[in-house]
Ligand binder design. Sequence first.
Ligand code: HEM
Length: 403
Amino acid sequence: VNQEAPSALAALFSQDYFNNPYPAYSELRHIPAPIFIEPLNLWLISRYDDCVAASKDLRFSSEYRTHPGRLHPEAIREMVDSQKDTMVFLDPPVHTRLRGLVHKAFSPAMVQTIRGTIQQVVDELLRSVEGRSEIDLIRDVAYPLPIRVILEMIGVPLKDQERTRDWSRDILVGSDLASPEVVKLEGNKAMIDFYAYLDDLIAERRKAPRHDLLSALIEAEEAGDKLTLNELKATVILLIIAGHETTTNLIGNGMLALLENPDQMALLRQNPALIPMAIEEMVRYDGPVQTNPRVIAEDFMFGGQLMKRGQMAAILVGAANRDETVFTHADRFDIKRQSQKNHVGFGYGIHYCVGAPLARLEAQIVFKAMLERWQKIELTGVMLGYVPTPRVRALMSLPLRIG
Ligand code: HEM
């Protein structure tokens, strides 16, 4: 009888894996070449150098959702139509044009201009839990913060923020390829409603432009060949979706890392100037996005393996960020490490996260405020669970005792 412990790889994409993918990543990195998972038609790319090389190589195409090999049921047509105009699912040249229209709005300098808005939302959220000894950090702070900020930036009126939040959540869950049919249909319904809502809001802004992102995008659309109306709506929806749960999970995973490493928490409390470095280390050590999906656009050799057109690839940035050849003691959460800036938690290459300056600023402001207000922060001991998907690393809740 083989008494060997089952390999972490055998647990690939099981609940154990979702709770802690790092042992499996480590095993993957020790296999010299990318490996192919036949039943999933999927290459796993886990070493840092391979992840960077694949991110730079456009034969790893981002158009996996609309690839001819992937048929989409008519029932979710609206969702598919939207994805056809969504930059993160597109290769150049269309990707380049769409990204060019928004990247300025998210530059570090532009993002600084909304510092006041972020601070205001943070203060409001922390005030709303004042006097309570137990909170759920995800529900009470980490989830509402980024969505409020991005909706303000876009120019969605406060009274409509709750429904846009619900629609974007339904779209996000419904567009997961692994979701059940009924959830996909709900996502599609949300997309239809959201589009109709945006039609009205756009009509309003055309008549009376404001200083918001929506008005700026409308201006680009009206200038002619820069942006179609459908691209405009797809871009707005992408910004809302890409910008909210990711930052939520940065706050959740980051707080958990600090609580599990009390020496690092103490260091940060003593020296808040380390916050920007700590945020970067949070993205490296236990980042919100674990894998960037691609489809192989043509047959070619990569890492000694033949990649074939139509196969999928997962660029496992979560694994690359624990690669010992780049990060010494990679499994250690060390807010002062110098190499952390090389992490690929925001992606790499032409799709590098547009919203990174915004995510960083939100995280810096909220961590500073939490550490100032809460002298005591403890886990309550309730078992922590992760959302069962390989794409993101998301705590379902983070119950804390604060004081
Ligand atoms: C900690 C928070 C965040 C993380 C970890 C994160 C991570 C990522 C990653 C890994 C990618 C690359 C995807 C790929 O290569 O396939 C990406 C792209 C993107 N992110 Fe973020 N993101 C975060 C926050 C945000 C925010 C706040 C926004 C905007 C409001 C945003 C908007 C985008 C957009 C629009 C893209 C697509 C860029 C392109 O295709 O060129 N993200 N993000």
